[in-house]
Design a protein around this ligand. Structure first.
Ligand code: NAD
Length: 663
């Protein structure tokens, strides 16, 4: 059989939306293309569209040859025998109808040379089934371009049951010659990679709207503002076309993709609201075909849960990998290039934490009763073997840069751009001791000059942040001993406040007494939903001694502070948010991801200026306004003297992202 190097002549059957784009891509790459459709008029229109598209590319300087030279490689015909005569490769792009496609392949098989490879651009019809209509099952393959083919880099290459390795290799090479990025789908599964991932996200978005009353625009806002996706799921459905989307998801489900339908989608299609193309779908547009991006505010959707939305897609990643359908790398490539996600699914999974993904799926399964949300065995296997994602140094990927240093009572995990100080006595509720306080200070100092570390996080191992001071130390202690012990804790909390980098408390459970006192010394506090906070010292006949009486009052007000301290009661994370004790509350499984989002955000800022801003706030809060304003002015002067401030101003004027170096 020929290698891709010897492929010269190509037939493209069907000159519609995809066919003319595919013909254009082959012609640009130097192949001789025979484009076939059912009428000369359609073919003329197709050539006009190809010319327009080539002229646009030419204006942008993206073509090495003239438009006419490239166009001269495309000839058209309405006759299938002529179309496939002497070809080396065939791409079928006729409408998504199995019988129609089978007939075309049967015919083409009669007239095409026996060495020619046949490829179908189908989105939903099994490649194997199509190949069975030909005498060249081993030379039959799926070649799924994204729309529009000249602009979208990704091509999914799907093996049918009989496809030979040689056919796969040649097609992969050929795709590279076309200047596209191939991914190999090793099993003929419905939806290949991109549509399987896409519809996991879509269907969960739809469930949240129908079952939980989430607003469509808020969910899209979250997808854009929190996850950084170019379009929210509903906006994208409108863009693709609701009838097309419904057709694809139905076809996939019929072929065994386990999913529940989206009633919203069916309802709109029944009403003739098909998205952008009809002028209305989930959103209203100025007119048919007139796409306008739905407006969202920068802080819109921030209360919604990104982990819940994406966990089903990560479950799909696990399924695809476990079933041997595709490699992690190819799945990541598919979502980056096929869906324009700014990250790979494996990166996302490892940042959320595989254990958290499993918890999110279990939660989803409980609330929805949907079997498809059962965590994939690959995920549970990873959790059992300690592959928890970034935090454990391995998940879907390996993170050799993550380093753990063990102290007696804490761990220091360096996971650039952050360092995590983890209270590590989960069986003792991570109780605070003078030794632990010393270790916190030592860990802070250990990474103070480490330029990889831009942010420090303090959190607890297990289900507790820190449940307070070890009360053994209070027994039979003299007043002077206790005075000194409290001073010891004070110097630790002051060290956090004076620290030259931002410190985040990730409150993953009880933060009581000394635990809350440490958290309150941090710059930002993020709590999981089941966290409880309080100053229960009163019940032991003592008062908070590691700053609780002062910092709680400063964070809230004397009334709330006394309410908590005099009663010793514990309050929920939500109440703590209302009181101003914490900045944000997330579901337990989403805490790690939320903290990583803050880390990324803070790590993108100029480090020295972060320090100055933190000092201006902390110092100012403790001082009369004359003194604190004077301090603010002085720190402003220091900030303006940094290289980063020059860079910040320059980048702003040049409308680009600044690159801060910490000088
Ligand atoms: P389309 O309707 O725009 O084009 C199909 C073309 O095939 C039409 O021009 C039609 O006249 C022609 N045709 C019909 N019968 C024919 C025949 N017997 N011989 C030759 N030509 C014939 O459809 P499309 O959107 O280009 O989709 C084509 C294929 O690509 C489908 O299998 C679809 O699932 C797949 N696909 C579409 C997209 C997309 O976004 N449109 C993306 C990926 C894959």
């Amino acid at each position: 059989m020929s290698s891709s190097l010897s492929i010269r002549k190509v037939a493209v059957l069907g000159a519609g939306t995809m066919g003319n784009g595919i013909a254009e891509v082959f012609a640009i790459a130097g192949y001789e293309v025979r484009l076939m459709d059912i009428s000369d008029e359609i073919l003329r229109n197709a050539l006009n569209r190809i010319r327009d598209s080539l002229e646009r590319l030419s204006k942008r300087g993206e073509l090495k040859e003239s438009v006419d030279t490239i166009l001269s490689r495309i000839t058209t015909t309405t006759n299938i025998a002529t179309a496939v005569e002497g070809i080396d490769f065939l791409v079928e792009a006729v409408p998504e109808n199995a019988e129609l496609k089978k007939n075309i392949f049967r015919e083409a098989d009669k007239y095409a040379p026996s060495h020619a490879i046949f490829a179908s651009n189908t989105s939903t019809i099994p490649i194997t089934e199509l190949s069975e209509t030909t005498s060249r099952r081993d030379k039959f393959i799926g070649l799924h371009f994204m729309n529009p083919p000249p602009l979208m880099k990704l091509v999914e290459i799907t093996r049918g049951k009989y496809t030979s390795d040689e056919t796969v290799n040649i097609t992969v090479q050929l795709t590279r010659f076309l200047n596209k990025e191939p991914v190999v789908v090793n099993k003929d599964v419905p939806g290949f990679i991109v549509n399987r991932v896409l519809f996991r996200v879509m269907l969960e978005a739809c469930r949240e709207v129908t079952q939980e009353g989430v607003k469509i625009i808020d969910l899209d806002a979250m997808a854009r503002n929190v996850l950084g996706l170019p379009m929210g799921p509903f906006e994208l459905l409108d863009y693709i076309g609701l009838d097309t989307s419904l057709f694809i998801v139905k076809a996939m489900t019929e072929r065994g993709f386990r999913a529940h339908p989206c009633p919203l989608l069916e309802d709109l299609v029944n009403k003739g609201k098909l998205g952008v193309k009809s002028g209305e779908g989930f959103y209203k547009y100025p007119g048919p075909g007139q796409y306008v991006k739905p407006k969202v505010l920068p802080d819109q959707g921030l209360d919604l849960d990104p982990v819940k939305l994406m966990a089903p897609a990560i479950n799909e990643l696990a399924w695809l990998v476990r079933e041997g359908v595709a490699s992690v790398e190819d799945i990541d490539k598919s979502v980056r290039l096929g869906l324009n996600y700014p990250w790979g699914l494996s990166d996302l999974a490892d940042e959320i934490g595989i254990d958290n993904v499993v918890s999110a799926l279990q939660y989803l399964k409980n609330v929805s009763n949907w079997d498809e949300y059962e965590p994939d065995p690959l995920l549970t296997e990873y959790v059992k073997s300690g592959k928890l994602g970034r935090k454990s140094g391995a998940g879907f990927r390996n993170y050799p840069e993550v380093e753990v240093r063990k102290y007696d009572e804490i761990l220091l995990r360096i996971d650039p751009p952050a360092a995590w100080i983890v209270f590590n006595k989960p069986d003792k509720l991570n109780v605070l001791t003078p030794r632990m306080a010393d270790e916190i200070v030592n860990a802070l100092r250990a990474v103070e000059d480490d330029s990889r570390v831009k942010v420090v996080v303090i959190t607890g191992n297990g289900r507790t942040f820190c449940a307070g001071a070890d009360i053994n130390q209070f027994q039979n202690a003299s007043p002077i001993q206790m005075f000194k012990a409290m001073r010891h804790y004070h110097s630790m909390t002051l060290e956090i406040e004076y620290y030259t980098k931002p410190v985040i408390a990730a409150i993953n459970g009880y933060a009581l007494g000394g635990g809350l006192e440490i958290a309150m010394a941090c710059d930002i506090r993020i709590a999981s939903e089941d966290a409880l906070v309080g100053q229960p010292e009163i019940n032991l006949g003592i008062i908070p001694g590691a700053g609780g009486t002062q910092r709680l009052t400063r964070l809230t007000n004397p009334g709330i502070s006394k309410e908590l301290i005099l009663t010793g009661k514990q309050v929920s994370a939500r109440k703590a948010l209302e009181y101003g004790i914490v900045n944000k509350v997330t579901p337990n499984y989403a805490l790690e991801f939320e903290v990583r989002r803050w880390i990324k955000e803070l790590a993108s800022k100029p480090p020295l200026t972060l320090m100055l801003a933190k000092y201006a706030v902390n110092y100012g809060f403790e001082s009369p306004i004359w003194s604190s304003l004077n301090n603010e002015a002085a720190l402003f002067g220091v900030a303006i003297s940094t290289k980063d401030s020059q860079e910040g101003v320059r980048a702003f004027l040049e409308k680009r992202k600044p690159k801060f170096v910490g000088e």
